[in-house]
Design a protein around this ligand. Sequence first.
Ligand SMILES: Nc1ncnc2c1ncn2[C@@H]1O[C@H](COP(=O)(O)OP(=O)(O)OP(=O)(O)O)[C@@H](O)[C@H]1O
Ligand SMILES: [Mg+2]
Length: 286
Amino acid sequence: MKRAIQKAETLVEALPYIKEFSGSTIVIKYGGSAMNDQDLRESTLKDIVLLKYLGMRPVIVHGGGKHISELLKQVGKEVKFLDGLRVTDKETMKFTQMVLAGQINKDMVSDIHKAGGKACGLSGKDGHLLEAKKMDSGSKDYGFVGEITQVNTELIDLVHSGGFIPVISPIAVSAEGDSLNINADIAAAEIAIALNAEKIIYLTDVNGILRNVDDPTSTISHLTPSEVEVLDKEGILNEGMVPKMKSCIRAIKLGVKKVHIINGTTPHSMLLEIFTQSGIGTEIVA
Ligand SMILES: Nc1ncnc2c1ncn2[C@@H]1O[C@H](COP(=O)(O)OP(=O)(O)OP(=O)(O)O)[C@@H](O)[C@H]1O
Ligand SMILES: [Mg+2]
């Protein structure tokens, strides 16, 4: 009986947060590095189904960096990164699309259905959701890596109004009709800006922004965009954290109220972050 009452109390505790966020758009960037364990992935997607039934508008943008690298190694192709972005030749782009839009996206859609929700998988090419141009980087050549020029949100709205959760692969289309690889962190931020989202939640494989990447207890719990810039100058943010940090700053400057970076390998981390006062991970607020 005591346990049952405690459960009811937990539900009531969430009431102010449900009231605050019901009807608002929450963009969830689900990092490929946090989705290795199948049980955990199903549990995370079930949490997202719960958000939808509580009246929120979750939009999932997924990554898959480590899955792409695995396939490239299998077929004997070189894996190359520059400033945290994957250098993408024509063939790498083909494999990237296969892994993201073909494999990860579809697996997530079926896991959401298994969890009792409804999902619709899209790539940025569907309905011209993500338009991009090749990244202009001076002397550096990233290949088929895109810079988003426009986000067309009609399809996302349509999917939501039908009761579906949109699951988006970060692949864009250029004016010439080429596929362009977009870093999923950047795609999530641009989508959040276009949707006027309340928050972005980055689910990754570390406990947030760490002062020392080798020490999981060194999480910095609260940051402003200018403090993030200082950390970057100090050389604390590297590899996959670079595009995350850049896109967080841009999203906050352009109206997204809060960005959370949390560990997607901790069960229910997202629910703890949204529905309790004792948030975990790093939050970035203006
Ligand atoms: N200061 C830092 N704090 C936390 N993580 C950092 C830091 N500097 C670098 N990192 C690295 O960033 C990684 C997270 O980015 P990564 O791109 O690997 O994952 P993801 O974005 O969640 O997944 P995907 O790229 O597949 O979408 C961490 O595993 C960590 O190694
Ligand atoms: Mg990444």
